[in-house]
Design a protein around this ligand. Sequence first.
Ligand code: NAP
Length: 523
Amino acid sequence: MITKPFENTKIILFKTPDEQKLMKDAIKKVESEFGKEYPLIIDGKEIFNSEKIKSTNPSKPSEIVGLVSKASKSQAAEAIEKAYKNFSWWSKESQAKRSAILLRAAEIMRQRKMELSATMVVEIGKNWVEADADTAEAIDFMEYYAREGLRYSQETPLMRINGEDNHQVYIPLGVGIVIPPWNFPLAITTGMTTAALVTGNTVVLKPASDTPVIAYKLVEILKEAGLPDGVLNFVPGSGGEVGDTLVDHPLTRFVSFTGSMEVGKRIYERASKVNPGQKWLKRVVAEMGGKDYIIVDENADLESAANGIVQGAYGFQGQKCSACSRAIIDEKVYDKMVELINERVQKIKVGDTREFPVPDVHYYNMGPVSSASSKAKIMSYMEIGKKEGRLVTGGKEIDLNGGYFIEPTVFADIKPLSKMEQEEIFGPVLSIIKSESFEKSIEIANDTIYGLTGSVYTNDRKKIKKATEELLTGNLYINRGCTGALVGVHPFGGFNLSGTDSKAGGPDYLLLFLQAKVYSEKV
Ligand code: NAP
């Protein structure tokens, strides 16, 4: 059925007028749908509730991207019960059929690529290239997991013994609760949802409240691709209101979560309790925050390191779990690096991402941060930064159309173990830390509760070896930036309180949604 090997989707840089026109038209189309109402979906039935999530444009919050029905607690429970009923037949569908649905959905996404990316430009403030990369990753996840599903459906070779015929096969788990974040609202939502579906599980998807419209479009695409009713249930709602109901329900078999450490820990703890009527131990796949770093050694290519730091710190306004929030610089090149970083930051433009078609190669234009509450949280760190270090540039809000804009901000002379150095800020704020040696840089990098991404710039092979051996980082890069993991190329997931190291987009990922069954026949 699948004839071509997996290949990553090419990202569009919008350099040509034709590409730019496609995005401008798509933005117009999406704007023409502002204010549209979207239902929740349980067992294939569309339900419009009077209570809605108002999804607004963070560049201009007076614009309502969509009004999405909000599920009540009883509807969340009903969705799990229906998903449980539908597991009985979906789990028995052939792998070929399940994989084919993902491939068709990937094809529909390719056809609707500009519209999906334009939706993210207005619903969460991605610039065009970042939005295109998000859609490309969603396509890649489906192409990759369709193939991986087929691989896992093959029997595992076992040792043979005389007098017995032994087999190991992988079977699905049951009902999965999928809880994604808003920051990769198509890619991560698609990856988490389709990994669970392709392995034969049924799903209750609770999208992030800041991005329910793009999540609805994923559900619509999977239906069009042939996913039967009731296999994927869509229950938008505030995590604080329906989250516990979804996690605690005795019919919930697993929770696949990506988001903050605080919420991840809560889910992990609640899911560990065996509730009345529950027949299993719930599995939790939790991918959480980071305090990611770039180490710059004394003999590194400094220009290239500065490019990596600036891209990593300010791409999508620093709102990536992989964002570079710490630059750990050898004291011998410290002053020069602060200067190179600052030079680049001065060139970043901030504004409504609809109007920023052409990023140049190194300096990604910045849009707004995701919400008023994110903005308030990030701004609270500006005061902390001023006390703990030296403000090099930025530090202020930008008043534009009521949007949630913040200047790209650099703090230098931040000390190891300070708040700025330890806590995930999740915004366009970089802390620069001076280090007396490469060994000390490694110690500083490792000394947080997280362990998601990091990068080392050095031209010394011995130091590269030391870094790969000693840095406790789920995704470590050498002489390149710390963001931009590609499906199939850089399986993604972190250590310690960054999560369960699930390695999304890699060969071990689907195993998290399967269990091995062994049967042995006397012959
Ligand atoms: P968040 O606030 O933890 O929310 C993530 C999801 O959890 C949302 O759908 C949210 O719903 C839901 N939620 C909130 N409270 C809940 C509860 N009590 N029970 C169940 N679900 C609940 O995180 P975020 O702000 O969306 O995303 C940013 C965080 O995600 C950062 O920490 C970032 O590092 C992390 N992240 C990690 C990875 C990775 O691969 N490691 C990737 C991307 C992002 P509502 O939206 O309704 O509140």
